[in-house]
Write a new protein. Structure first.
Length: 338
């Protein structure tokens, strides 16, 4: 088969790779129907995370089951499935508590920008759609496997409630999906922080009521102007830089909550500032599996359309161009079709 391999910062190649095989009886092999480039793939691509030896890339996928191991009974060959970037058995104590992305048997997906993918813990990880979905739903189902599930978790972690005010820091795919989630959870006012016109437009389409273009302290000041001078009930931090996290914490009102889902890079939180702010903080890799059945339903009933975050579609062999376009911010998110 063929797939993406990262060799060095800025150097992603499309190469011939060994076909994946069932290794554990809990594995499944799927034929990729669609995959994509994630904002977090850009950290190593930009040299901000060590790469080590050349290795495959990608953790978002939807596909058709090709083969399952002996212990997998929940899905069968021929079914269309959606998964999550973190695999989970869905039976251990952490899974039963709803924290499938901290499953005791968790393995992170990391080889999905390829024709075929091995999915560990397939029994607990994969959710099959009733029948093969219309192709028009594929981008949104793919979004559910990571960015929509992550935006959903950000809104839950930030405790978005009906009638509340939510701020979304970050106008990448996760932030934009966070806007959808905040709207679905009933936020009355959704303030999207974005300085890019195309992304502002999509944020508004997804339900943002206000746009704040300033960053840092100016951004915080503008949010406070819009929120009676105290800050928002809920803030979704969807970037992961020190500035974004600080901006998120300072945009929340006393008693408000921040959900942080951008993978932190060089972020240090000031204990005294947090202590005196009365702001609640919860983050981490989203337990996407907990929400998958509901999110798949919301997509297939036409209620949400997070697939609109894909503004570039490429054949998988042009994966390197997908990375370049996202790195240069010419694209929000690149969809790759094998
Ligand atoms: Zn588990």
């Amino acid at each position: 088969m063929r797939g993406a391999v990262i060799h060095a910062p800025g150097d992603v190649r499309f190469e011939t790779l060994d076909d994946p095989k069932i290794v554990q009886p809990t594995d499944a092999i799927i034929r990729t129907v669609a995959t994509c480039v994630c904002g977090s793939d850009l950290w190593p691509y930009r040299g901000l995370e060590p790469i080590g030896d050349p290795h495959p890339m990608g953790h978002e996928y939807v596909g058709i089951v090709e083969e399952v191991g002996d212990e997998v009974t929940s899905v069968k060959p021929g079914q269309f499935v959606v998964g999550s970037f973190a695999t989970s058995d869905n039976t251990c104590v952490n899974c039963r508590n709803g924290w499938q992305s901290n499953c005791l048997h968790r393995e992170f997906m990391s080889t999905c920008q390829a024709d075929y993918v091995r999915v560990p813990n397939a029994q607990g990880t994969l959710v099959a759609t009733g029948e093969h979905p219309d192709g028009a739903f594929v981008p949104s189902l793919l979004a559910v496997s990571d960015v929509m599930g992550t935006g959903w978790y950000a809104a839950l972690a930030a405790e978005v409630k009906p009638g509340s005010t939510a701020v979304v820091v970050g106008d990448g795919a996760v932030g934009l999906c966070g806007v959808i989630a905040a709207r679905e959870m009933g936020a009355e006012r959704i303030i999207a922080m974005s300085r890019h016109e195309a992304r502002q437009k999509l944020a508004r389409e997804f339900g943002a009521t206000d746009i704040v273009t300033e960053r840092g302290e100016e951004g915080v000041a503008h949010v406070k102007d819009l929120t009676d001078g105290v800050g928002a009930d809920s803030v979704l931090e969807c970037v992961g830089t020190a500035q974004a996290v600080r901006q998120a914490l300072r945009s929340a009102r006393p008693g408000g909550n921040v959900g942080f889902v951008g993978v932190p890079h060089d972020v240090a939180i000031d204990g005294q500032e947090l202590f005196f702010s009365h702001v609640g903080l919860r983050g981490g890799p989203a337990p996407v599996r907990r929400y998958l059945p509901d999110l798949v339903d919301l997509v297939l009933t036409g209620r949400i359309d997070p697939g609109k975050v894909f503004d570039l579609t490429l054949p998988l062999e042009q994966v390197a161009e997908g990375y370049r376009a996202m790195d240069e911010r010419r694209a929000i998110k690149a969809l790759l079709i094998p």
